[in-house]
Ligand binder design. Structure first.
Ligand SMILES: N[C@@H](CCC(=O)N[C@@H](CS)C(=O)NCC(=O)O)C(=O)O
Length: 223
């Protein structure tokens, strides 16, 4: 086995990559990062100076790859599964990359801003930023809701990298900003969590959910 994923089972961006690896049937091992240990953070910086997870180390090819979308493209290219997560067709691939960006930048990162605010000291809270983040997420939900009409997965009939990105964006996102007013998004989320790869990731995360600061808002079915 040559691939090692440096990760944490609670991390949203790690969930995105884990869904992809399970979809592809990739053979890999995991290295669990304990961020409370400064030595672990220093070691991660050696792999990726931004000190963000996940990072994929490939001993066979001598590479370290960071950034969830790039990791997925790397594995889809060098260790392909039965189905491609980035389609061969150029226009379809562009659509996948576009929705991958929408989920990451306008839902998942904004969700992280809201959750991150809960860790700030009382005199450094950013209620204005939190409201801005909620507004951006609602705009993205609205765009997604209209787009999903008549679609099974976000770019059509096949499950792609964009759907991998949708998983943590909507899982954690809907806890912070519910999708109740967006029926197509809500139905799409139900299709996502019924997928075996996604169910596996969420079930593996379960023992760690007590560390999530908004556990009280998480639906009981996930706990
Ligand atoms: N753009 C990055 C984002 C990665 C990211 O934000 N990772 C979070 C965990 S979900 C992290 O490492 N946070 C630790 C920190 O910021 O100190 C990606 O797509 O991989």
């Amino acid at each position: 086995m040559t691939l090692t994923l440096h990760y944490h089972p609670l991390s949203s961006y790690c969930h995105k990559v884990l869904v992809a690896l399970y979809e592809l049937g990739t053979d890999f091992r995991t290295h669990h990062l304990d961020f409370s240990n400064p030595e672990v953070q220093e070691a991660l910086k050696q792999l990726w100076p931004m000190c963000k997870m996940p990072v994929l180390v490939d001993d066979a090819r001598g590479t370290n790859t960071a950034e969830s979308s790039v990791i997925i493209e790397y594995v889809d290219t060098h260790y392909p599964g039965a189905e491609k997560l980035i389609p061969q067709d150029t226009d379809h691939a562009l659509e996948v990359r576009k929705w991958d960006r929408i989920f990451d930048l306008y839902i998942q990162n904004e969700m992280q801003r809201i959750v991150g605010d809960s860790f700030r000291p009382d005199d450094a809270k950013d209620p204005f930023g939190v409201e801005q983040a909620k507004g951006t997420m609602l705009t993205a939900y609205g765009m997604l809701d209209a787009h999903l009409m008549g679609k099974e997965w976000v770019t059509g009939d096949s499950f792609t990298m964009a759907d991998c990105a949708a998983v943590p964006a909507l899982f954690y996102g809907s806890i912070m900003v519910p999708t109740t007013d967006f029926p197509n998004v809500t139905a799409y989320f139900e299709r996502l969590i019924a997928r075996p790869s996604v169910a596996r990731v969420l079930s593996e995360a379960k023992p760690w959910f007590h560390l999530f600061p908004y556990l009280d808002r998480m639906p009981d079915r996930f706990k």
